[in-house]
Design a protein around this ligand. Structure first.
Ligand code: URA
Length: 183
């Protein structure tokens, strides 16, 4: 993982480098069995250089806890490592520039399971344009690693009625780890 970070360097491979404060490389256990992949840094993440530390991050931290893990047990990364201006969606050229590094991270970690949070993570990793509403909850594979697509926590903050579906998806992941809700 250190080598991947060195290769990334002070990245200037796409235009997001011009507005960023920090590269948000990823955080957690580089030997994790479970990896979460989000979309890209927001304002708080850009300031701190750490993924998922804002409101969506608080919910993700709760989701990880409810699954019986801590943030230190898992690894958290994003499709793009620099904040898109005004939190706009990452653009295809930005995703294309950044994806090789995410891929190297995932191959270095070799987790048992990847949870793809939201459309950008699921569609990028799987090269599948199916809407997340249809992809979620179905086991997929990424380079021989089991991948579960589910809703992004920021979406869940806006649509709390969907939390139940995301929890069903995460319970499938827990089952694979032999974990049970509430234990
Ligand atoms: N949303 C994301 O997709 N990633 C973060 O790191 C924070 C918010």
């Amino acid at each position: 993982m250190d080598q991947v970070r060195r290769e990334l360097g002070d990245c200037r491979r796409c235009k997001l480098c011009t507005g960023r404060k920090n590269i948000v490389f990823g955080s957690g256990n580089p030997r994790a069995d479970l990896v979460f992949v989000g979309e890209g840094p927001g304002e708080n993440e850009d300031i701190q250089g750490v993924p998922f530390v804002g409101a969506a991050g608080d919910l993700l931290t709760k989701m990880i806890g409810a699954m019986g893990f801590t943030r230190n047990d898992v690894y958290i990364a994003n499709v793009v490592k620099c904040r898109p201006p005004g939190n706009r969606n990452p653009e295809p050229d930005e995703i294309a520039a950044c994806e090789p590094f995410l891929r190297s991270q995932l191959l270095a970690i070799q987790p048992k399971v990847i949870v793809a949070l939201g459309k950008f993570a699921a569609q990028t990793l799987l090269r599948d344009t199916t809407p997340i509403t249809r992809m979620r909850g179905q086991w997929r594979e990424y380079e021989g690693i089991q991948l579960m697509p589910t809703f992004h926590p920021a979406y869940l903050l806006r649509n709390s009625a969907e939390k139940r579906k995301a929890w069903e998806d995460l319970q499938q992941v827990m089952k694979l780890f032999g974990k049970h809700p509430g234990s």
